[in-house]
Design a protein around this ligand. Sequence first.
Ligand code: G
Ligand code: G
Ligand code: NA
Ligand code: MN
Length: 254
Amino acid sequence: RLYAMELHRAVDQGEFLLYYQPQVNLNTGALVGAEALLRWHHPARGVLTPISFIAALESGPLAAVVGSWVLDEACAQAAYWRRHGATGFRIGVNLFEAQFSVGDLVQEVMEVLARHGLPAEALELEITENIALDNDEIVLETLRKLKDNGVGIAFDDFGTGYASLSLLKTYPITRIKVDRSFVQGMLDHKQDDSVVSATLDIAHGFDLHTIAEGIENKGQCRYLKQKCCEEGQGYLFGKPMPASQFASLIGMKM
Ligand code: G
Ligand code: G
Ligand code: NA
Ligand code: MN
């Protein structure tokens, strides 16, 4: 595909950037953190979302390199915001599967945290079921060590895969992210509602933290709060935005 060559250039020329989407405590409304989301500032096509390039990136040789960059950049940004007033701020970073098989991810994460002076608790790594299923021995051991070191592990897109429930018992998860497809349907379709309700029940049963994705209106927000979902993320609170814009959202200069 056309993108394979272009991705090399993007890495070399530093064409990737991160957007940040706010995460809030549903009870207090307080900003608790952000998810870092990859964007590609393509010289001809403008700012691209992962939908147009993530498959090419994941199937090529550059996923681990880009993943390392994302981790470093997001941690640097979070450390800066914490130093400038956003105390307790947490950053969510999505992992690529390739990051588990190239080099030592535990060592890399701990070095990045140390370099930026970011406590382990301020970082939450997001994994999907695909990552958990493919490589399970290495992934399991890596995640266990990271969790033992205090790093948060969020199970992304929960409920959309085939094995979400069995993975919960084995994997060292600290938070479930209720997938936005269920959140968006939950007030109109009882099937979606039952997935959301069951997911939150399970999370509570496993003593896991919870966040719901894709909250777009106050009705959804109110309903999730009533179901004791701790945190939320979605257009109601803010779209993914560049760091400069996120900084002004939290009343901070860059
Ligand atoms: O930003 P957007 O909401 O369009 O993201 C679409 C998808 O791309 C999400 O499912 C997210 O998990 C994935 N994604 C976004 N940024 C990153 C990243 O930095 N690393 C990895 N591995 N996946 C990402
Ligand atoms: O990691 P994940 O694939 O879940 O990435 C989140 C994706 O969801 C991003 O592409 C982001 O742009 C998108 N997103 C975040 N909040 C909302 C929302 O409230 N509504 C919709 N439709 N999409 C959202
Ligand atoms: Na994610
Ligand atoms: Mn998600």
